[in-house]
Design a protein around this ligand. Structure first.
Ligand code: DC
Length: 248
């Protein structure tokens, strides 16, 4: 049972790293946990998507789909990605690219189809990791992605690795896109996810991989509520252990 009287304000702040496959539901989990415990939520995938949008806007993709790194790399130090609460008060945090709200643009299939080659570039990862670590300086952060528990915050106090089968994830993603009014075939979503899984798990720099000390959550067959109850209990136990100085 989740303890209702859990005192969040006085408790020590921790870093929660939630990694996993595309569309495994980790962002929803991470966002909701952050809201429930009063932490900052950082969607690291949105950051790679924002860089992808930047590259698309500046025509930095070559005809063969590869990135023109000669042009992109010098621009990286001045590229900033940040987050802000939505002005429309829809409760959704918005992603800013050099101060511009790009939340909607970064969720398109065009960006999804171009993000993997961007996320493979070591210099891009280096820049994003630098920004992500800054967000975690004061702790009190829930961050989701692919390499949060392994590379960004290897000392995070709580690490979760979320998995679900490819078809189940494609179904969820397709429904989400339909809900947003995007007319897209299920097969296209399935193919995109399968391709991203392959690239995410096999790339040379920071591939998607469970950290040795991460706890696996396979969420194919559990409800959102069950998942959240499990996560919040785990969070409370982790904080309490630290508070009692008994963490081993
Ligand atoms: O979580 P997402 O699907 O919005 O992420 C978009 C892409 O960014 C995904 O294909 C993999 C990449 N990514 C990454 O390489 N490292 C992260 N920490 C987060 C996302």
């Amino acid at each position: 049972m989740v303890k209702e009287d859990f005192e969040i304000t006085d408790a020590p702040k921790i870093i929660v790293a939630i990694d996993g496959y595309s569309s495994s539901g980790k962002s929803t989990m991470a966002r909701e946990l952050a809201k429930r415990v009063g932490y900052i939520y950082i969607d690291s995938g949105a950051m790679y998507r924002a860089v992808t949008l930047f590259a698309l806007r500046h025509s930095l993709f070559k005809a063969d789909g590869k990135v023109d790194t000669d042009k992109l790399l010098p621009l990286l130090p001045n590229l900033n990605v940040s987050f802000q609460a939505s002005a429309s008060q829809d409760g959704v945090q918005h992603t800013l690219l050099n101060g511009e709200d790009v939340e909607k643009e970064i969720r398109t299939m065009e960006v999804s189809n171009h993000v993997s080659p961007i996320a493979e570039i070591p210099e891009v990862r280096h820049r994003m990791v630098e920004l992500q670590q800054r967000f975690g300086q004061e702790k009190g952060v829930v961050m989701d992605g692919r390499d949060i528990g392994t590379t960004v915050f290897p000392h995070a106090e709580l690490k979760i690795f979320v998995t679900a089968g490819l078809h189940e994830r494609a179904r969820r993603r397709w429904r989400e896109l339909q809900h947003k009014g995007l007319d897209i075939r299920f097969e296209e979503v399935l193919e995109n996810l399968g391709k991203r899984d392959r690239i995410d798990t096999t790339r040379k720099v920071s591939p998607l991989k469970k950290a040795d000390d991460a706890i696996t959550l396979a969420n194919d067959a559990i409800t959102h509520e069950e998942q959240m109850e499990w996560l919040i209990k785990l969070f409370q136990d982790t904080v309490e252990k630290i508070e009692n100085g008994s963490r081993d």
